[in-house]
Design a protein around this ligand. Structure first.
Ligand code: WT7
Length: 630
């Protein structure tokens, strides 16, 4: 690659970056992995601890239900913690945390291990066993990380629900996962205000039957009702003698479930993506090591939320598996002022910052003076994830935050993939807006409707052709949907749901979702969920949701509503409907705009034609409307 001339605007790695890069010849690793996929992953896996070795690296006998490291015995939490406390990492910082109000907490590997052991014993004392589901619902606080690790330690399956979701979203997830225990914070800080998570959870619990115990984490200290026999304060249980560090680790099979994470898909309710201990562990370990090129003294900050896959893989598991120091910040990027992030980078000497284009665009808006007030010279690498990064934001990030010195790792991946799939590494020449090429061992393609690869620069369906260890194993409770949604359009290939093009240099350019998923500020929402939240309001007969371009959010939700007969179209009702969606699903799902209409474009079979609405809203001619009813 180095001696080939690339087309377009290229940012080559500097000599300084090349000198410190773990891998200078990325092409060599890529071709090795291409020729011996299983050998590549076996070598990566061997860097971790296995209680018993695997028999097969990859078992594809039941594809698309691929299995990895079958027969191997391990535990991801053991690899994140126990493995390190036996080494010089024992007293190294594992987790650093700053609260929105400015308080600071840190955990060495030993301390994080100790707290996880105690938490694991608390869960066991509540009767949580291997395979049981535990839902966690809180803000970005250390207890969330510790709770996840404690579940993993005892072989329980965690299901983290993003703290920005509300009643109905939480209820659905509790019920679908049949969680035995809910771990919830009393509240969360958000832009100086508090969000009453416990009372939202109480509402959701009225609709969900399987939860036996509720562990409440004290964060805001605001009074919350406690239901006797069901609700318990975590800090009280953590002070009991049972909560000690004599906590055996559950030795699990590589293919035992680690977590469920709900995400939005094409139709209906959110689906629970299932990941397992072994393959997910190897995938997140290896991608984090190579892409962020983690070095012993690094302080790494992923500004995502643990409630999303980015936080699972790259705040918690990837960094801890690598013995890295992971920093987490509780609050809003601009609270109390737009320099909050830059201040923390300076204060803690952050070396790697990983965030989303929407956050960059949001901070860009406040101008360069805010970051320029701070010493950002500790930064060595930057990362981006969640949606395509527009070249303008890329260049601002590169110039103003990275001072032109820090390569940007634009990582394309999904909840389903578990790990980075299209990504550069520090030594790879970059093109702003492209995540460059697939990670070693990952083969992808771009296909037309007939399943034929498209020519360079043509748009098509992005598919993945080879299995990878951190791939989702199924949709929990719905294996048929796993097959139909991901493996059926082009048999044998994994369908990503994205459209993309590949340029003459083999660089991938993601265009966006081709299904009914809307990416709002990098968050993934389904049109169906927003529509059903609207229809759950007594005034609404029918609703349609679409995403339209938005300068900061990437996309914003626009909805069209048909009211029930006799209901008056008022400004007040508009506001009420927006608030209703926010109450049912969460503020991130609140429609930017609601328009009252008398009819919706539909196919003859009655499906709403969202692309017709979208084309109209954008002032374009809708293509291909043969099936339109009227
Ligand atoms: C969808 C997956 C994986 C972490 C966060 C999102 C979009 C993700 C990029 C990127 C362009 C991206 C895709 C993908 N996406 N990263 N670097 N460039 N688009 O996880 O919520 O499962 O969403 O996010 O559309 O399909 P997710």
């Amino acid at each position: 690659m180095a001696n080939k001339t690339l087309k377009g605007e290229i940012f080559y790695p500097s000599d300084e970056v090349l000198a410190s890069a773990r891998v200078r010849d990325w092409e060599k690793i890529r071709s090795e992995a291409e020729h011996d996929l299983q050998g590549f992953w076996a070598k990566e896996a061997a860097e971790l601890h296995w209680f018993a070795p695997w028999e097969k690296v990859l078992d594809d006998s039941k594809k698309p239900f691929y299995q990895w490291f079958t027969g191997g015995k391990t535990n991801i939490a053991y690899n994140c913690l126990d493995r390190h406390i036996k080494t010089a990492h024992r007293n190294k910082l594992a987790l650093m945390w700053e609260g929105e109000k400015g308080e600071f907490q840190s955990f060495s590997y030993y301390a994080l291990w100790r707290e996880t052991c105690k938490f694991a014993n608390v869960l066991r004392s509540l009767g949580v066993q291997k395979g049981d589901r535990v839902t966690l619902y809180m803000g970005r606080i250390p207890e969330l990380v510790i709770g996840m690790l404690a579940c993993a330690r005892i072989g329980a399956v965690h299901s983290v629900v993003y703290g920005g979701f509300t009643v109905e979203a939480l209820h659905e997830r509790l019920e679908d996962s049949q969680s035995k225990v809910l771990i919830v914070a009393d509240g969360a800080y958000q832009r100086g205000k508090t969000v009453p998570l416990k009372s939202i959870a109480d509402d959701a619990l009225q609709r969900a039957a399987t939860v036996e115990s509720v562990l409440v984490v004290k964060r805001t200290g605001e009074p919350v009702p406690m239901e006797p026999g069901r609700d318990m304060w975590l800090h009280e249980l953590m002070n009991l003698p049972i909560a000690n560090n004599q906590s055996s680790v559950e030795i699990v099979d590589a293919e035992d479930p680690l977590f469920l994470l709900y995400t939005s898909g094409t139709t209906g309710r959110p689906k629970a993506i299932l990941h397992t201990h072994g393959g997910y562990m190897v995938g997140t370990y290896s991608t984090f090591k190579y892409v962020f090129d983690i070095q012993e003294e690094d302080r790494y900050w992923c500004a995502a939320d643990p409630g999303w896959i980015t936080g699972h893989s790259y705040i918690v598991y990837g960094p801890l598996l690598n013995g890295a120091t992971s920093f987490m910040y509780e609050g809003a990027p601009t609270f109390p002022f737009p320099n909050r992030w830059w201040q923390m980078i300076e204060r803690y000497g952050i070396n790697i910052l990983y965030t989303a284009p929407t956050a960059i665009r949001g901070l860009m808006r406040f101008g360069e003076a805010w970051p320029n007030r701070h010493d950002l010279s500790s930064l060595r690498l930057l990362g981006s994830v969640g949606e395509p990064i527009n070249p303008e934001a890329w260049k601002w990030y590169h110039r103003v935050i990275g001072k032109g010195r820090c390569p940007i790792m634009d990582t394309w991946w999904q909840t389903e993939t578990g790990m980075f799939m299209v990504t550069p590494a520090p030594a790879v020449p970059l093109k702003p807006g492209s995540g460059t090429r697939p990670f070693p061992g990952v083969e992808m393609d771009i296909l037309n409707e007939d399943g034929k690869p498209v020519a360079a620069n043509e748009e098509g369906y992005l598919v993945i052709k080879t299995p990878w260890p951190a791939m989702m194993r199924t949709i929990y409770n719905d294996p048929d949907r796993y097959v139909s949604q991901y493996w059926s359009k082009f048999p044998g290939y994994y369908l990503t749901g994205d459209s993309a093009r590949r340029d003459e240099d083999g660089y991938y350019w993601i265009i966006g979702r081709v299904d009914d998923v809307i990416k709002v500020s990098g968050y993934r929402l389904g049109t169906a969920e927003i529509e059903s939240a609207l229809v759950s309001h007594p005034a609404v007969a029918e609703a349609a949701a679409i995403g339209l371009p938005h300068e900061i959010k990437g996309n914003a939700i626009h909805t069209y509503v048909i009211l029930k007969a006799g209901i008056e179209k008022t400004e007040k009702l508009l506001e009420e409907l927006r608030a209703h969606v926010s109450h049912e699903m969460g503020p991130i799902a609140k429609p930017e705009q609601i328009t009252f209409v008398d009819s919706l474009p539909k196919t003859r079979s009655g499906k709403i034609m969202r692309r017709v609405l979208k084309a109209r809203a954008l002032g374009q001619e809708p293509k291909d409307i043969m099936t339109l009813e009227d």
